[in-house]
Design a protein around this ligand. Structure first.
Ligand SMILES: *[C@@H]1O[C@H](CO)[C@@H](O)[C@H](O)[C@H]1NC(C)=O
Length: 394
């Protein structure tokens, strides 16, 4: 459909996250163009825009129509799978973009890919942002936490949009310019790593309360609700309380007990641990949570071992402890242990975050002023012809 007025911003990649973020932007009063090479995705988004309040969304079916429907300097958010699909989408869109326009990658991208793309974009006169988007599908629709990094000019172009679209909390919107280069993706990666740790800590607290304390799901729900009113207050504690309340619609009891104890993962936790090792930063909580996800994959081995141990006459030690337990004391101990572990885990994550801006600053200083820099893997002072190499790679 042709529209006479241009959109303020565009979004390409209309899986659920992309659709939700586009609708959120439109709802905040910013006309938005959307594109996906699968036509049905565009139509689906337009249908939702219509039913969710006649939101100002226009659909486009070719990269060219899409790009040309956006007012200059154009800002285009892409939300596609990290890696090669990002490069393909950038290639399709930038063919029609002009100097001063911006690509904003909202996916969970490896920060070095973003740094490479920044250079490639700059060579075409384009600006680039790698923007972490946190909060899942629900956050994307109603208020995500946004972590934009890269070109400050590009951030400035969309500052009013992201300030309205982000989650609103007491001290303002959940968005700030993170820094140069891939820092937005880096911060999002570490944030995900911390979340891996948090989820593992909560599940271990659950394990102790359930198997040592003998607590039922309804007692667990009550305790997590109570914890969510104290210093542990957080999204993860809140949703955990909710999870314990959900009945199994296909049988007796609660759904949580019917879920297979195998954890999936997408990669950012692994990246955080790899990066920690690379930078010689200890991140044992995040690393342990990753190990636990690997271990959880060994379900068949666990079942076989349990059978063999039972056949050998070994009793479940934990069960015999349950009887003599002081429940109230145990619950309080677990609460405090969880709090302490969380603080340690966050500190580990911050040790990673604290480092990145410094290395970028060093690189910039070396680029402009040949101030030299030190490396994490070799001693001594180093200098690089950054611009020459960057242009060559681009
Ligand atoms: C469009 O939709 C498909 C299927 O949902 C997806 O795989 C693809 O990455 C999307 N993005 C773009 C930019 O076409």
């Amino acid at each position: 459909m042709e529209s006479t007025t241009l959109s303020r911003i565009g979004l390409a990649g209309l899986a659920v996250m992309g659709q939700n973020l586009a609708l959120n932007i439109a709802e905040k009063g910013f006309p938005i163009s959307v594109y996906n090479r699968t036509i049905s995705k565009v139509d689906e988004t337009l249908d939702r825009a219509h039913t969710e309040g006649q939101l100002p969304v226009t659909g486009h079916y070719t990269p060219r129509d899409f790009v040309l429907s956006i007012q200059r300097p154009r800002s285009v958010i892409i939300l596609v799978k990290a890696g090669a699909p990002v490069d393909q989408t950038i290639a399709a869109l930038t063919a029609h973009m002009e100097p001063g326009d911006t690509i904003i990658d909202g996916g969970n991208e490896w920060y070095e890919n973003t740094e490479r793309r920044i250079v490639e974009a700059n060579n075409k006169g384009l600006l680039y942002l790698g923007m972490g988007v946190s909060g899942g599908e629900e956050g994307a629709r109603n208020g995500p936490s946004l972590m934009p990094g890269g070109s400050y000019q590009a951030y400035d172009n969309i500052k009013d949009i992201v300030a309205k679209v982000a989650a609103q909390v007491e001290d303002g919107p959940c968005v700030t310019y993170i820094g140069e280069g891939g820092s937005g993706n880096f911060v999002k990666m570490v944030h995900n790593g911390i979340e891996y740790g948090d989820m593992q800590l909560i599940s271990e607290a659950y394990d102790v309360l359930k198997n040592v304390g003998g607590l039922s799901n309804s007692e667990l729900a009550e305790i997590f609700d109570e914890w969510n009113r104290g210093e542990l207050e957080s999204f993860l504690i809140e949703i955990t309380a909710d999870i314990f309340k959900v009945k199994d619609e296909h049988g007796e009891g609660e759904l949580v007990d019917k879920i297979l104890d195998k954890t999936g993962m997408k990669g950012t936790g692994k990246w955080t641990v790899q990066q920690a090792a690379e930078l010689s930063v200890a991140a044992p909580t995040i690393a342990a949570s990753l190990d636990c996800r690997y271990l959880s994959g060994l379900k068949d081995e666990r079942v076989a071992a349990a059978t063999a141990l039972a056949a050998a006459g070994l009793k479940d030690e934990v069960r015999s402890v349950v009887n003599g337990i002081d429940k109230k004391r145990l619950i309080d101990d677990v609460r405090q242990a969880l709090y302490a572990s969380k603080i340690c885990s966050y500190a580990q994550g911050m040790n990673l975050r604290a480092r990145l801006p410094a290395n970028l600053v060093q690189a910039q200083r070396d680029l402009f002023g040949a101030h030299t820099y030190e490396r994490v893997d070799h001693t001594g002072a180093f200098h690089t012809e950054w611009t020459k190499l960057a242009r060559k790679n681009g």
